[in-house]
Design a protein around this ligand. Structure first.
Ligand code: 5GP
Length: 241
């Protein structure tokens, strides 16, 4: 399948037209950015790591009854996806307090959040992705109230599936960000699920295996991402014989 016209170039992915009207091609680049693009670098192989982890989780979620946009991989960094009408919301699930929630509210870093907390940010770089509550989501016409309920329930389901998965690998899924879009008559999971969009800690040492390694110069980000890929490959060998 050939890449069609470039439709959109995000911070880490480029989206192309495909031969089919209802599909797109998502190419995971090696670019890495943080702090709304203020910090920028390129790490060879990073796109392939994130693409493979995203593909794995989309498959894993589908097997567990969660609908996603994933169709198939074209090569190690290129994915065919269903064409969604994206909803401009970042839906964040948090199991442990870290990152912006610790800066904005009186939580201690590492504090367990049980039940998990869902936060919704309006996707708008120029406005700094402001948090929006349920009333604002409805007032902005981003979702209907039944869609909002569905998005939150699906997010909690995804959170439980991913949390339990990483728990088996000895890691804590601290938080993650997902995005949804409309497809035919429903709302399904789009975008990506990768180390760029989650916080993942070693259960014992609390070492980070995610973009915080890059954001806060905590070490070699490629070896951190590589560890996650390695652990998932190990899990596959055990479970997908
Ligand atoms: P925080 O609100 O603490 O900055 O982020 C919460 C979680 O959502 C983290 O796992 C973070 O990586 C993810 N996240 C928040 N905003 C973005 C974003 O714009 N892009 C990506 N890839 N992940 C994000």
């Amino acid at each position: 399948m050939e890449l069609g016209e470039l439709l959109y170039k995000g911070k880490a992915k480029s989206i192309y037209k495909s031969e089919k009207d209802d599909e797109l091609i998502s190419c995971f680049r090696d670019d890495m950015t943080a702090f709304n693009g203020e910090k920028k670098d390129c790490f060879s192989g990073k796109g392939a790591y994130n693409a493979s982890v995203s593909a794995f989780f989309f498959n894993y979620l589908e097997k567990n009854g969660v609908k996603t946009h994933f169709v198939k991989m074209l090569d190690e960094r290129t994915m065919v996806v269903k064409k969604l009408q994206m909803i401009p919301l970042e839906v964040i699930a948090r199991n442990v307090a870290a990152g912006s929630i610790v800066k904005k509210l009186p939580f201690k870093e590492g504090q367990i959040l049980n039940p998990p907390v869902i936060i919704t940010d309006y996707k708008d770089d120029e406005r700094g992705d402001p948090s929006v509550n349920d009333d604002l989501i409805l007032a902005l016409g981003l979702l209907t109230s039944s869609e909002l309920k569905e998005v939150k329930e699906t997010t909690l389901r995804i959170n439980k599936l991913l949390y339990d998965f990483f728990d088996e690998l000895g890691m804590v899924l601290v938080d993650f960000k997902i995005e949804f879009g409309r497809y035919k008559n429903g709302i399904i999971l789009g975008d990506e699920i990768s180390m760029d969009s989650m916080r993942l800690w070693d259960r014992e040492t609390k070492e980070s295996f995610d973009k915080d390694v890059y954001r806060y110069n905590k070490g070699n980000v490629m070896s951190a991402y590589g560890k996650v890929v390695e652990k998932i490959e190990g899990w596959k060998k055990e479970h997908l014989k």
